[in-house]
Each structure stands twice: as C-alpha cells, then as structure tokens.
Design a protein around this ligand. Structure first.
Ligand SMILES: O=C(O)CCC(=O)C(=O)O
Length: 258
C-alpha cells in the first residue's frame, strides 16, 4: 500500500501544491485546543467564527434531507438517528469558503486536509437525536482516524442536544463555533471503543446545527482548485487580562523577556 505522503510529495515537486499556502494563517483568534486528560477527546472553542457558522447553515438549509446511517456501505434510514443532513463539500463541489475549517481540522488531527470525507451538515429539530454509536470503521478508503464535530449555533443547557461520551462520562454543550474532536483509533490502529457517543435529543422548539469533519488514513478528496485568501484576523496582543493560561505558562510584566 502506498502512503499518501508520497503522493503529496510528488505533487509538491510537480508544483501542484502551493508552497505559500499556510494553514496556520486560517486559525481565528481564540483558537485553542483543550485536551481532556488522556481520553482522546478535545474541545476547541472558536474553531470557527460566527460568520462562517451562519454561512454554512444558510448554504445547507435548502438541501437538507432525512439523515441516514451507513450499513454495509449503504446509507439507510434508521430509528437510531433522526435529523436532516446535506453534504457541503465533496469531490464534485469544493466550496472554497469551507477550506479554512478543513485546514483547521487537518492541523489538529495531523493529516492533510485532503483526507477528509465528504463533509456533511446536520440539523436536529425538536426531539431529534442520534443514539449511541461509534464511528471507527475501516474499509477500502482507510481507517477513519479522527472526527471533528463543530456546533454552528448557541444552545442553552435546557435545550438539550449535548454530545455525550457515556463510557468517558463526558458531555459537551453546543455553542456556536465550539468543536469537539476525538480519535476513533488508537496509535496501534485498534478502535478506540471509549469514543462511543450520542447526540442527546433537542428540546421541543429548539434547533441544533453541526458540521462534521471526518479524516481518514488516505486521501479521499483531491486538492482544492481555488484557495481563499487568509482572513485578516486581529490578533489579541497583549493577551486580555482574563485569559486563563495553562500550567507552566506565565504572564510577563512589560519589558520582561526581551
Ligand atoms: O450531533 C452530535 O452531537 C453528534 C453527531 C454524531 O455523533 C455524528 O454525526 O456521528
């Protein structure tokens, strides 16, 4: 089996890969990965901006159809999943506006953005849910290594819709721009069974929107033909006084450290 890095490198030498393309330019202010101990689960607030989230919702809304699940390589309707879904980034339709999200997901997962599966957006309306399941299946497209789920709207705790990992005893409340990511495979390629997860039912009258990025071991979608320009984010320098710093990181007084 040929590893993808060789394909990527040969493209680089053929000038198919733009050496000026720097995924790091697409990280919005506030982007910080919080790993939850050694669970393989991380939460990233400000994974996407409110404008990006609104764009994605409005792009997806007209095309939603009932969500399906994959059974023996076939997409079927099933009682375990009730919501509406549509694809927003595919081999045939590569919306450049979604590339910043793909770059960010690829950076935190450590694989090229081209390893992403067709990208779907899901809307849960009143009482809709996705019952407990795993998603570490393997196959001819290579193991599904990582999932990054990004919430596209704010929800109050009483509106339901949390993503829960029952074996880890963890629950994540949706918030616009927040992402939760997890490893579906251990480093030895064995499945990571603790990542069994569930989307709790959304309360009557509420709505939940998510976009799902799932990265495989091999390339699934060829490189984009059109790249967006990096946004002109205003970095918050110096750090706001209320920024919570991780252990081992300290704030310097003005002039120190020069
Ligand atoms: O919407 C969620 O909170 C979870 C979604 C999910 O589990 C999935 O799409 O596989």
């Amino acid at each position: 089996m040929k590893y993808n890095i060789f394909k990527d490198l040969s493209r680089f030498f053929k000038n198919d890969i733009d050496p000026d393309y720097r995924p790091v330019d697409f990280l919005p202010p506030g982007f910080a990965v919080s790993q939850i101990a050694d669970t393989g689960v991380s939460v990233i607030d400000d994974f996407c901006t409110r404008e990006e989230a609104e764009y994605i919702i409005e792009t997806a809304r007209p095309y939603l159809t009932p969500s399906r699940i994959a059974v023996n390589n076939e997409a079927v309707l099933e009682d375990g999943r009730s919501s509406s879904t549509t694809s927003v980034y595919t081999e045939a339709s590569k919306d450049p506006a979604l590339l910043p999200l793909l770059f960010r997901g690829a950076m935190i997962c450590g694989v090229p953005y081209t390893h992403v599966e067709t990208v779907f957006v899901t809307r849960y309306s009143s009482k809709e849910y996705y019952k407990s399941h795993e998603e570490f299946f393997s196959g001819f497209q290579g193991d599904r290594l990582y999932t990054v789920l990004i919430y596209l709207n704010d929800m109050e705790p009483e509106e339901g819709g949390s993503t829960t990992f029952e074996k880890l005893r963890l629950g994540v409340t949706p918030k616009c721009g927040r992402a939760v990511s997890w490893t579906n495979r251990n480093p030895d390629r064995s499945p990571h069974p603790e990542t069994t997860h569930e989307a709790l039912a959304v309360a009557e009258g509420s709505e939940k929107w998510v976009i799902q990025l799932r990265f495989r071991r091999y390339e699934l979608i060829s490189p984009a033909d059109e790249f967006p320009s990096p946004p002109d984010y205003q970095a918050q320098i110096p750090l706001p006084v209320d920024t919570v710093l991780p252990d081992g990181v300290r704030r310097l007084s003005p002039g120190a450290g020069e």
